[in-house]
Write a protein of this length. Structure first.
Length: 242
């Protein structure tokens, strides 16, 4: 479970996250939506202790991230698939991460198999496609077999096969009782993957509802998103003459 309580993050004049409270519950996929710059990545960084809140707090399984002696066993995350050491093999990249959290090499082999990278485990990550890096980032998130998982746009750049694979993986991780927070801009895909939605606009909560609740009120999740965030879009396209 992830609990945000009156969470605020300010960067100078920018209020990236504004008095945000919501709960991400176990056993379901929670989709995290919002226009560019709405504060999704900042919120994820706050959950993971990578940024300090200006005020408010965020708890993972009732505790602050910094209080976990072996955080990868509590919460796993994929924030940026390109955040890898390009001079290392996939296996060594994961082994280095595993060692910091007291995780053995057998688990590294298991997660590489789980994400379909066994055949390229000894290959240099520098030569990986974006899709392969996304799979590697997911393997890293799964290393500690955590109950809470956070994925920031994991389907970005994936082919249809990879997108279907991510959808099935998210569904199966939630079915195992894990807490899944998943951001994406692909509404049709989110409608197929998520059980419930948290929607942000300009750092504020604009909706917290199940997919059923949203699609009962709007023709589709995309329509719900466009209606609910209409006043929050900061970087809309400039039309002719604008
Ligand atoms: N380290 C930082 N320093 C200054 N401003 C920041 C920093 N990180 C984020 N911001 C600002 O905070 C706001 C929220 O950004 P954030 O990346 O969290 O949004 P997002 O919803 O993840 O957007 P996107 O969908 O484009 O990834 C933006 O205005 C961004 O410019």
């Amino acid at each position: 479970m992830i609990e945000l309580k009156y969470l605020t993050k300010r960067y100078g004049a920018t209020l990236a996250v504004d008095d945000l409270s919501f709960t991400v519950r176990p056993g379901r996929v929670t989709g995290f939506l919002g226009p560019n710059g709405a504060g999704k990545s900042t919120t994820m960084r706050l959950i993971l202790g990578l940024a300090a809140p200006t005020s408010g707090e965020v708890l993972v399984n009732g505790r602050r991230y910094a209080s976990f002696p072996r955080p990868m066993r509590e919460v796993g995350a994929l924030l940026d698939a390109n955040a890898v050491h390009v001079g290392r093999s996939a296996y060594n990249h994961l082994l280095c991460l595993a060692r910091t959290n007291g995780i053995g090499p057998r688990r590294v082999t298991a997660v590489l198999h789980h994400v379909g990278l066994s055949d390229v485990a000894r290959k240099n990550v520098g030569g990986f496609s974006l899709g392969m890096k996304q799979r590697l980032g997911i393997a890293a998130a799964l290393l500690g077999d955590p109950g809470v998982l956070i994925f920031d746009e994991p389907v970005n750049g994936l082919d249809p096969d990879g997108i279907r694979w991510i959808r099935d993986l998210m569904r199966s991780l939630a079915a195992q009782g894990r807490t899944i927070l998943l951001s994406s801009h692909l509404m049709s895909e989110m409608a197929l993957t998520a059980d419930s939605i948290v929607m942000l606009g300009r750092g504020k909560l604009v909706a917290e509802a199940t997919i059923e609740e949203l699609t009962a009120r709007y023709p589709s999740l995309e329509d719900a998103y466009l209606a609910l965030t209409a006043s929050s879009v900061q970087y809309g396209a400039g039309g002719p003459g604008r």
